[in-house]
Design a protein. Structure first.
Length: 255
């Protein structure tokens, strides 16, 4: 069984003491590829260092996470745009909109998001999109910018069935992670209605560990629990579900 973790931050300093063991556990549990979306200017170096150490089982993305958009966002974006010229990146991410805690930099977030959408179009790269408390603004932008060239993942999707349908109609995949295994997650109720060829798996490690590891530091090896739970809901062998989501990720990122 081969799984692909389409969104993991194992370059985070919380893994500094046992990163090699984390990578090995992932491989031992069938997670053969881990995609690393960038967060801000400070995470570029550790992310690239990790990829250089494990080039066969990791890929990198470049982007400015919306919660990290501050006064200096244009300078940070300029650096990231130059970084993309190196050609090693498989996607633009983690990008998006997040007004959950604070909307102080709403204007800047909107501008940064549209800038990074333009990168994705120009470079023909998929996106890893973060959206929290911003659905209407997100959809308005995507509807305006979608000319058939935008593609990517709605990262950590936990919305309603109607929201899922809107994102699917816009050409995006749904990234399902540990939250899908939680008792209060509504996605479970309509999972059978989602097209299997538009689902990918992710951990968002070190965050949002799935049941039965909830409360622990998340890591790619735990992806198997998410795969097993969703396969149960869909009443299909986990091997078949894993194969389908792996094919989806490979098609999207063109491995």
């Amino acid at each position: 069984m081969l799984l692909i973790d389409t969104h993991t931050h194992i370059y985070d300093q919380i893994f500094n003491t046992d990163r090699a063991e984390v990578v090995q556990r992932a491989l031992d549990n069938g997670v053969g590829m881990m995609l690393l979306p960038n967060v801000d200017a400070l995470t570029i170096a550790p992310m690239l260092e990790l990829h250089e150490q494990w080039p066969d089982c990791t890929r990198v993305m470049m982007g400015l996470q919306p919660e990290e958009v501050k006064e200096d966002y244009k300078e940070v974006l300029s650096r990231m745009e130059k970084e993309l010229e190196h050609g090693i990146y498989v996607g633009v991410g983690e990008v998006g909109l997040d007004f959950y805690w604070d909307s102080t930099f709403e204007k800047e977030q909107l501008d940064a998001f549209e800038t990074q959408l333009a990168w994705a179009k120009q470079l023909h790269l998929p996106l890893s999109i973060h959206c929290r408390n911003a659905f209407n603004k997100m959809v308005k932008i995507l509807e305006h910018k979608q000319d058939g060239s935008l593609r990517g993942i709605m990262h950590c999707f936990t919305g309603t069935e109607e929201e899922a349908k809107i994102y699917l109609e816009l050409g995006f995949y749904l990234g399902l992670g540990g939250v899908t295994t939680y008792k209060n997650c509504g996605v479970k109720d309509y999972l059978p209605n989602l097209p299997l060829d538009r689902i990918v798996l992710e951990t968002d490690a070190p965050y949002l560990a799935p049941v039965p590891c909830r409360g622990k530091r998340n890591e790619p090896a735990f992806l198997v629990h998410t795969a097993q739970r969703i396969a149960e809901i869909l009443q299909m062998p986990v091997e078949d579900f894993a194969a389908a989501t792996t094919t989806n990720a490979k098609n999207l990122f063109q491995f």
